[in-house]
Design a protein around this ligand. Structure first.
Ligand SMILES: NC(=O)c1ccc[n+]([C@@H]2O[C@H](COP(=O)([O-])OP(=O)(O)OC[C@H]3O[C@@H](n4cnc5c(N)ncnc54)[C@H](O)[C@@H]3O)[C@@H](O)[C@H]2O)c1
Length: 290
């Protein structure tokens, strides 16, 4: 494990699905790197109680509870980093999926992110900026996975939501990113998944801690610096866009980026003769052929 260097020093963070898996690993990474406060949200009381108490507020809350989210935003308004990690996996073929299963998947996976963003963004903007990280998956608009029609639809919606948010709030200093991991190692998720996902070259699944490290990077101010660097390195692209007639240039421009192993696409916005990097679209942690 890397030794802590205070990358989140002083930051106030909120993580949903904080009790286990990626959410929990991220809470631990945020604390290790000096976060002033982590509000850890989950419905699993026992597992929430396993989190350390120093600088952690445990909040038992169902993310479908809109009033509960409003109350949380009143109690902890000054959040710099919002990590919407929560997600449930509905697994069945479309023809065997009930209305209620569809609705519940969208309520937990997508609507909760809309609600958290809507409640926490105004204060984040008034504080001069912040970082929103939304959890999607390769099972989304990126890739189909058998029996995960509903899950994939929710995760594709999260990509769309994050793109829209990034565009709407880039000038408010809000950085919005969507993380799309391949399967994470867990007791139920082993060799068959590696083979299924074509990850044979790596020969192992990702670890929750590895995704947590990416979230740490996106939560820190380092991401802003990398975006600046990418912008500077893309002079050629900027010239190309400037030379094109305005109406021929889409307002958004998606560009591949070669930062090894981490980032797949960056969504740019072209406006006022400037090219703004808006968000990292995809965390392509393992070399899955998309
Ligand atoms: N595990 C993977 O292979 C993988 C791969 C790609 C993306 N993801 C995504 O990462 C996120 C975390 O997945 P994971 O596997 O690390 O977590 P997990 O499934 O191990 O844990 C999910 C947590 O969410 C909590 N939760 C569930 N419903 C809730 C609700 N209504 N309100 C509040 N909390 C609720 C649970 O109590 C649990 O602690 C999810 O969005 C998932 O879709 C996971």
């Amino acid at each position: 494990m890397a030794s802590p260097t205070g990358r989140l020093s002083g930051k106030r963070c909120l993580v949903t699905a904080a009790a286990q898996g990626i959410g929990r690993a991220t809470v631990e990474a945020f604390l290790r790197e000096g976060a002033a406060l982590v509000v850890a949200v989950d419905i699993n009381v026992e597992k929430l109680n396993e989190l350390p108490s120093d600088r952690v507020v445990r909040r038992v809350l169902d993310v479908r509870d809109g009033e509960g989210i409003k109350a949380l935003a009143r109690d902890y308004p000054d959040i710099d980093v919002l990590f919407n990690c929560v997600g449930i996996v509905h697994q069945s073929p479309l023809l065997e999926t009930a209305d209620q299963e569809w609705d519940n998947s969208f309520d937990v996976n997508v609507k909760s992110m809309f609600l958290f963003c809507r409640e926490f963004l105004p204060k984040m903007i008034s504080l001069g900026g912040g970082s929103i990280i939304n959890m999607a998956s390769v099972a989304s608009s990126l890739r189909a996975i058998n029996c995960r029609c509903v899950y994939g639809a929710t995760k594709a919606a999260i990509i769309g939501l994050t793109k829209g948010l990034a565009m709407e709030h880039v000038q408010d200093g809000i950085r919005c990113n969507v993380v799309c991991p391949s399967p994470i190692a867990s007791p139920n998720n082993r060799l068959e998944h590696i083979i299924f996902m074509g990850n044979k070259r790596i020969g192992r699944l990702a670890k929750a801690e590895e995704v947590a490290n990416l979230c740490l990077f996106l939560a820190s101010n380092e991401e802003g610096r990398v975006l600046q660097h990418i912008r500077e390195k893309n002079e050629k692209l900027i010239k190309l866009l400037r030379s094109a007639k305005r109406r021929e240039v889409n307002e958004h421009f998606c560009c591949s980026c070669s930062l090894p192993g981490i980032v797949r696409n960056i969504l740019y916005k072209y406006r006022d003769d400037e090219l703004f990097p808006l968000l990292f679209l995809v965390h392509k942690y393992f070399p899955i052929k998309l």
